[in-house]
Structure formats: structure tokens, C-alpha cells
Design a protein around this ligand. Structure first.
Ligand code: PMP
Length: 360
């Protein structure tokens, strides 16, 4: 097989060594005689897999006991509803910062449950930046402040988080969780679908400060209640066992790579290489203000947009897959999550230079 590199926004590339280990253990996990897929979620084997995964995630982030880790299902999209169902009560309001398509979806679902205040929005500027915190019009007593800390489609990323907010900060980290160190003390809750920067689709990770669980009404349906999920250690029903297992292997891999500070340096390097190439001559262009460019999802255009289809076709022929921009915005997008090797970025650069030479 020729080397291919997968730039999909998600489900996305996984570390090759993780896939190899999963293959190795596919039919017989650790002498159990069973595949992980075949194990009862209440068996001691699977409980040890889930426990290890949680502990490894906790040590990667450096999570204290005041935070609960939940392994849920339903994708990040279900969190758009669960967050207000659990945390937004009565006459209270929730503040949302709108920075792109995913914030808009979170806001739309939030409004179905309670009162939403759009504290800031960059929509007028076509989501090319993140509104500065000084401009946020925060409510005095909001249940929480919601941000989308990396916009997968638009390609803007929060590189710093606001501190001293009057209400707990809640972040959709789906497309950049574990791409850099995380100081959880800045957040009340974070969430992420696993299928971008962690593991297979099917697992959704929520980390929530335990004191917020006390806010959850017993009226919230059990499957949607953080309190019920927490009391049952994410085993209220059958969890996505295989996705938890593979995610656990990814957490171990991240640790072996040196942890999140080392991963961050690699992500800075990989993303800088691509942005430098985009900015070099004007043949390519980035729609995003330099200060807010995502290290994970790099959307870009060719100045002559009529060349984009050819770019995608030739890239595919060269083994560079899934570079098409999201269907809502078009163009080109390279998603370069943790598991994208440096060689993949180098291959993309070489291709971009070659394409520019030919058509520029
Ligand atoms: N939030 C962000 C930032 C995303 O990128 C995505 C998926 N692309 C979602 C939410 C929705 O995730 P899911 O498909 O897991 O519901």
C-alpha cells in the first residue's frame, strides 16, 4: 500500500501504533480469550480497561478529585442539549459566545431549553476572529458561559481562556481536546466527541466540576442527567466499550509521546509549517485572522478558486485524502490532529508547492 495521509476532520486519523495494538488484541485481549467487543461491560476485564482509560486521561490532564470524568454517548451534539438540561434552571440565563457553525448549533439547542444571551459574536466578520473578552456582554448571574474553544469548520481557536468570569466556563473542545496542556481549574465543564482528537466515534467525554452536579434536577431524564451518569460511574447503561478501549490506548500513546506539553510543541510546529506555506506568496490564502488560527483545523482557499477541485483531485491521487472543506463553506481544509505525523504535513507542503509551481 502506498503511504496515504488522512486529513479528515472526523472521524479522523488515529496513531498507527494504536491501531496495530488494537489489531494485535482483536481476538484475544490480554489472555482473556475474548475480543474487547465481546466483553460484558460489567466484567472485571472491561472494568479494568475503563478504569485505566479514566486514570490515564486524568493523569494526562492533571485532573484533581474535584472533577468527574464521564464517558457518554450521543456525540458532542447531545451535549448541546444536556448542558442546559442539567445546568440552566428556572429564570436563569446562559451566556454563549458565538464564534462559528458549532457555536451556532449549541446556541440553537440551548434556546430550546432555556434563556440564552449571546454575549458576543463574530458572525458579522464572517467568523474570522474571536471577540475579545472585554467586549463580551456577560449576564450578572448566568448559569454558565459557553464557548466553542476550537471551531472545526471555520478554523478559529481560543489560544487563551478568560479568567475571573462571574459564571462557570463551559467549553466544547471536540476538535482540540488534548492538543495542548489544559488547566481545568479555568472550567466548570468541558466536553468532546472522541472521533477527532481521541479515538473512534461513539464515545463522548465530559469532564465536570463535582459541585455543579448538585445543581442537576432529579426531573432530568436519567440518561441525560450528569448526576445519574456520575452516580453510576458512566455505566447507567451499556457504554461504548470498544471506543473506550481504543481511546484508552490513545491516552497511553500520548503519555509515551511525552504528554501534552510535548504534543503542543508538535502541533505548533505542524500548523506553523502549513500556515507559512499558505501565507508565502498569495497563491493560497487563509480566511482567518492570524491571532486566532486553529492548530488543528486549517481551512484555506486558492486565490483562484476555480483551481480548488483540481487541487483536491490531484491531492487525492498523491495520497492526501479528505482535504475538502466542510460542505457549508467549501474550499480546502487540512485537519492535523495529534495523530497526524509530521511526514503527513511535509507531504502536504510538498504537494502545495508543486501545485503552485504548476498553476501559479
Ligand atoms: N462540536 C464541534 C466543535 C464539532 O466539530 C462537532 C463535530 N464535527 C460537533 C460539536 C458535533 O459532534 P458529534 O458529531 O459528536 O455530535
Amino acid at each position: 500500500m502506498n503511504t496515504i495521509y488522512n486529513f479528515s476532520a472526523g472521524p479522523a486519523v488515529l496513531p498507527k501504533v494504536v491501531l496495530e495494538q488494537a489489531r494485535e488484541e482483536m481476538l484475544d485481549w490480554s489472555g482473556s480469550g475474548m475480543s474487547v467487543m465481546e466483553m460484558s461491560h460489567r466484567s472485571k476485564e472491561f472494568l479494568s480497561i475503563a478504569e485505566d482509560a479514566e486514570q490515564n486521561l486524568r493523569s494526562l490532564i492533571g485532573l484533581g478529585d474535584e472533577y468527574q470524568v464521564l464517558f457518554l454517548q450521543g456525540g458532542a451534539s447531545t451535549q448541546f442539549s444536556m448542558i442546559p438540561m442539567n445546568l440552566l434552571h428556572g429564570a436563569k440565563v446562559a451566556d454563549y459566545v458565538c464564534t462559528g457553525q458549532w457555536s451556532k448549533k449549541a446556541i440553537k439547542e440551548g434556546k430550546k431549553i432555556g434563556t440564552v444571551n449571546i454575549a458576543a459574536s463574530s458572525e458579522e466578520g464572517n467568523f474570522s476572529e474571536i471577540p475579545s473578552v472585554d467586549s463580551w456582554n456577560l449576564s450578572a448571574d448566568a448559569s454558565y458561559v459557553h464557548i466553542t474553544s476550537n471551531e472545526t469548520i471555520g478554523g478559529v481557536e481560543f489560544h487563551d481562556y478568560p479568567s475571573d468570569l462571574p459564571s462557570p466556563l463551559v467549553a466544547d473542545m471536540s476538535s482540540h481536546i488534548l492538543s495542548r496542556p489544559l488547566d481545568m481549574s479555568q472550567f466548570g465543564l468541558i466536553y468532546a466527541g472522541a472521533q477527532k482528537n481521541i479515538g473512534p466515534a461513539g464515545l463522548t467525554i465530559v469532564v465536570v466540576r463535582k459541585d455543579l452536579l448538585a445543581r442537576v434536577s432529579p426531573e432530568v431524564p436519567s440518561m441525560f442527567s450528569y448526576a445519574v451518569q456520575s452516580d453510576n460511574e458512566s455505566m447507567f447503561n451499556t457504554p461504548p466499550t470498544y471506543a473506550i478501549y481504543v481511546s484508552g490506548l490513545v491516552f497511553k500513546w500520548l503519555d509515551q509521546m511525552g504528554g501534552l506539553s510535548v504534543i503542543e510543541q508538535m502541533n505548533i510546529k505542524k500548523s506553523t509549517m502549513i500556515y507559512d506555506q499558505i501565507d508565502r506568496t498569495g497563491f493560497y490564502r487563509s480566511p482567518i485572522d492570524k491571532q486566532y488560527r486553529s492548530r488543528m483545523n486549517v481551512p484555506f482557499r486558492i486565490h483562484d478558486e476555480s483551481l480548488e477541485d483540481l487541487f483536491l483531485k490531484d491531492a487525492k491521487d498523491s495520497g492526501l485524502l479528505q482535504l475538502k472543506g466542510h460542505r457549508s463553506v467549501g474550499g480546502i481544509r487540512a485537519s492535523i490532529y495529534n495523530a497526524m505525523p509530521l511526514e503527513g504535513v511535509e507531504a502536504l507542503l510538498e504537494f502545495m508547492q508543486h501545485f503552485e509551481k504548476k498553476h501559479g
